[in-house]
Write a protein that binds this ligand. Structure first.
Ligand code: ARG
Length: 564
């Protein structure tokens, strides 16, 4: 579609006192296909030309020559509607997809620029809950989307590996810890210890006191405390990494909260030098009253630093290291205030890049099934969820396709994909009710549905002769055009997902594409097409659909098996 936008911009720029970029930025996609493929609204021109928008639209529409690109250019009220030449659109689109292959959809908007993406960030010694799943899959997808937009991406896992909870854990481990259990199921064991600590501390308040003392020791570099902390961290991290490998997620850096310990004093000095630090009941804060926010707490009365101190330090460190043009924090909406405070402090410190920091929030995920939430205490363990999804996918595969080779791999791709897509297909800010029947439904709005469409195309293509010498300009039927028009819009869909930080834009697009493909396939025979020319053109078309389904799924971090 880009070349059509460029062409409209070129034509209109000849007739108007506007630059091509300004015109291109105004172009819209009409809500209904019978209103054309692109529309130019004339409202803004009305002011410049001092004429009613409808008059401008009809004058311009009459004066434009659509050439090879457009079959018709019509004024409709204040809009100029452009109807693409169907043959050319089919020809160029199918050709572009089949030529660019896995690069189709990639753009160079971000060339030479870096985007830092802070995502996942589970807390050491606590289970990897489904809340962190959201950050993980959304962050991972944004990483891929921004890469496709041409940016260099840096994925950072800001592990929660420091804080008073480690004092509690050390106390609990020294009293009730079991080395063997720790080695076998570290996170589970640490979580049990953590839960037990809180239970017992209810009527033994000196436990809390002991925990504070141990955390102090840890901060002061005490040998035993450091050793235990290190062990907890390593074992938890190994377990998290196992989950990441199931999900196919990678990070460029695991610099977590503890990484900044030695830099915090410097950061606090910077805040003081900027004249922003204020004593308040023995604590050190940055006043944010003028911003209508509570103060940002940087150091407690007892000298301990906080989550916010470490985030402030990390932001400054990251800017120096990466010179990012954007930094995204993919963190739940419940931390909105924290990030507003953080960005406000950076702004006050005079960092011009403060405005390039963005909090990308998301809502909660709820599990309907109580079985899931009671298996191991009150928390839903992500690994259980994934395991369950894989089992269910395997069951379905056994029923539907008992002869499939390598069922295990496919079950993993389908099960894990289903869970990820169940998250990514929702507008991230909304809360999600997770239901197994819904995410794994092969015919619903799910990853398996898209994967299944993909596998179906693969199977047709395996049976077909090759389609070299195809002529895509034969694809002018409505069903064919509906598919082509979607294919042509894939690049702008990727751009919109990046701009809004919403992988759901890509997910919804894939559902539409799979649906249009299935409609087409239902009505237009491919292998049994009446003549060779049409057959080849349709084969090329579905090969292009296959490619775009794969490219889109990859942007979501989901694999596409060729058979299922
Ligand atoms: N560990 C935190 C949590 O689980 C999330 C950290 C997000 N990243 C950040 N830079 N604050 O709530």
């Amino acid at each position: 579609m880009q070349r059509y936008r460029d062409e409209i911009a070129r034509m209109l720029a000849e007739k108007l006192p506007l630059k091509k970029e300004q015109i291109a930025a105004e172009l819209e996609t009409p809500p209904e296909p019978q209103m054309g493929d692109l529309a130019f609204p004339c409202f803004k021109l009305a002011k410049i030309l001092r004429k009613p928008p409808a008059a401008i639209a009809s004058e311009l529409a009459g004066a434009l020559d659509g050439g090879d690109y457009f079959a018709r250019i019509e004024a409709k009220g204040p809009y100029i509607n452009f109807f693409c030449n169907r043959q050319k659109l089919a020809l160029w689109t199918v050709e572009a997809v089949l030529k660019e292959k896995s690069r189709f959809g990639c753009q160079d908007e971000g060339r030479g620029e870096t985007v830092v993406i802070d995502f996942s960030a589970p807390n050491i010694a606590k289970p990897f809950g489904v809340g962190h799943l959201r950050s993980t899959v959304i962050g991972n997808s944004l990483y891929r989307i921004y890469e496709a937009m041409g940016y260099r991406c840096v994925g950072i896992n800001h592990l929660g590996d420091w804080g008073t909870q480690f004092g509690k854990l050390i106390v609990a481990y020294r009293m009730w810890g079991d080395e063997k259990k720790l080695a076998e199921e570290p996170v589970k064991h640490l979580y049990d210890l953590y839960v037990r600590f809180h239970r017992e501390a209810e009527d033994k308040p000196d436990l809390e006191e002991a925990a504070r003392a141990w955390f102090k020791k840890l901060e002061d570099g005490d040998g035993e405390a450091r050793l235990l902390w290190q062990k907890f961290r390593e074992l938890s991290l190994a377990e998290f990494k196992r989950i990441y490998s199931i999900l196919g997620v990678e990070f460029d850096s695991y610099q977590g909260e503890s990484y900044y310990n030695d830099m915090l004093a410097g950061t606090i000095r910077q805040v003081e030098d900027a004249g922003l630090a204020k004593e308040s009941e023995g604590a050190l804060v940055v006043d944010l009253e003028d911003e209508g926010m509570p103060p940002c707490l940087l150091r407690k009365q007892d000298g301990a630093t906080l989550y916010a101190t470490r985030d402030l330090c990390a932001a400054i460190y990251r800017y120096e290291k990466y010179k990012f043009s954007k930094m995204l924090y993919v963190v739940g909406a419940d931390q909105a205030l924290h990030f507003k405070q953080l960005f406000a402090v950076l702004e006050k410190m005079g960092f011009p890049w403060a405005s390039q920091c963005v909090h990308v929030p998301f809502g909660l995920i709820r599990f309907k099934e109580s079985k899931m939430s009671t298996r191991r205490g009150t928390l839903v363990f992500l690994e259980d969820v994934l395991q369950r999804a894989i089992e269910l996918a395997e069951q379905t595969i056994r029923e539907k396709n008992p002869d499939l080779k390598d069922k295990e791999t496919v079950a993993r791709q389908v099960g894990v994909g289903a869970v990820m897509f169940g998250d990514l297909s929702n507008d991230r800010i909304k809360d999600i009710d997770f239901e197994w029947e819904k995410v794994l439904d092969f015919s619903g709005e799910t990853a398996p549905y898209i994967q299944y469409s993909h596998a179906r195309i693969c199977s047709i293509l395996r049976k077909a002769e090759d389609w070299n010498g195809y002529d895509a300009s034969l694809l002018t039927a409505d069903e064919e055009q509906a598919v082509i028009s979607l294919l042509a819009r894939f690049p702008e869909t990727v751009a919109r997902a990046a701009e809004t930080y919403k992988p759901s834009v890509v997910a919804r697009y894939l559902l539409d594409l799979a649906a249009e493909f299935n409609k087409f396939y239902h009505r237009c025979p491919v292998l049994q097409a009446p003549e060779e020319g049409i057959r080849k053109a349709r084969l090329a078309l579905i090969a292009a659909v296959r490619q775009v389904l794969v490219n889109g799924l990859l942007l979501l971090g989901i694999e596409a098996p060729e058979e299922m």
